[in-house]
Design a protein. Sequence first.
Length: 248
Amino acid sequence: MLTSSRGCAKRSPSTFFRRLSMRQSVFSHPERVQFLAAAHKVESLPPPTGLPEILVTGRANVGKSTLLNAIMGRDSMVRVSKKAGHTKALNFFRLGLEPHQLVLVDSPGYGQRGRREFASVFNEYVTKRNELRRIFVLINAQHGLLDTDKAMMHHICRLASQRETTISIQPVLTKLDTLTMDSVIFRQAMSQIRKDLVVIHMKVHAELEAEGLTTPSIFEPLRTAASMSPPFGVEKLRQSVEDVCELM
């Protein structure tokens, strides 16, 4: 089963407003977003800063750059291109004001038009980076989980099982504005995506359990439409980042 945040204890009003204030200190200062480094190969991975890190990946042309800009509150911090495969390195960005900061990591897209030569640096980063807390896997809501998405989810789960520290995985549905959200087709699409995720998680769990390895948690998917004005779902995504990075 997918992990849900609904079972978390209720927050007191004072806790809610304190956490809201912290979230603003991380995400409400877009002028303080700083590009740290671009890693094209294992040797060029930047040294850890001690800050929690979040990795965002997805199939080429899934809308990753647009969503990342919306999260950071910047129109062009990440270059948006109609040409798939534009991102050519792991790009590291620092967000927030001290002491509540985090590092957001943009990964090249995968799939037919992704960059296969980038696999070694991606694998090294995911398996060895202790600061990594969660991987967000972007999925085009209109297309659902394609074979490349399923293969990548499987691959990430296996990489996560090899780590010394635990991380979690959370799918993020993009481009929901391409669907009519109150339609039968939309509900069927959301249901199928969730079923596919459950099947992937069960399959990977069975494999890893047989090998004596721990299966990472896969959280319920978030829904976004970054091209809408204002962007849809970005605040929930930010809150998910805040929670896993323990910015409280």
